[in-house]
Design a binder for this molecule. Structure first.
Ligand SMILES: [Zn+2]
Length: 116
């Protein structure tokens, strides 16, 4: 099945302590049904000294379960359900089930950033 949410999408958290927050998806841990969102669900981790790592407290984004997140539609400005339909070029496209607008796939920017 095609992914409803991919990295680079703007999403809104609909449940849990981060409810109502919006952000861009950094990573989609598809096999765990979890995603990491930029600036959302910040946790502090107390790290021990490692080989290439200093000990200390770092803040990082923890993954959220995909069921607590909805795709944010830019044309009707709300969290929305996503459908798939055939595009004019014969491929598949995502659309907003509220306003029927096509939601384009974001670029692969974040994929590349991770490998740098
Ligand atoms: Zn919409």
């Amino acid at each position: 099945m095609a992914e409803k949410i991919v990295s680079g999408d703007e999403v809104m958290v609909i449940s849990g302590k981060n409810k109502g927050q919006r952000g861009r998806v950094r990573t989609n841990l598809i096999h765990k049904d979890r995603i990491v969102i930029e600036g959302v669900n910040i946790v502090r981790r107390h790290l021990k000294q490692g080989r290439a790592r200093q000990a200390g407290i770092v803040e990082m984004e923890a993954p959220l379960h995909v069921s607590n997140v909805m795709l944010y539609c830019p044309s009707c400005n709300s969290a929305t359900r996503v459908g798939f339909r055939e595009a004019a070029d014969g491929g598949k496209e995502r659309f907003c089930k509220k306003c029927d607008a096509t939601i384009p796939q974001p670029g692969r920017r974040s994929e590349r950033e991770r490998n740098v």
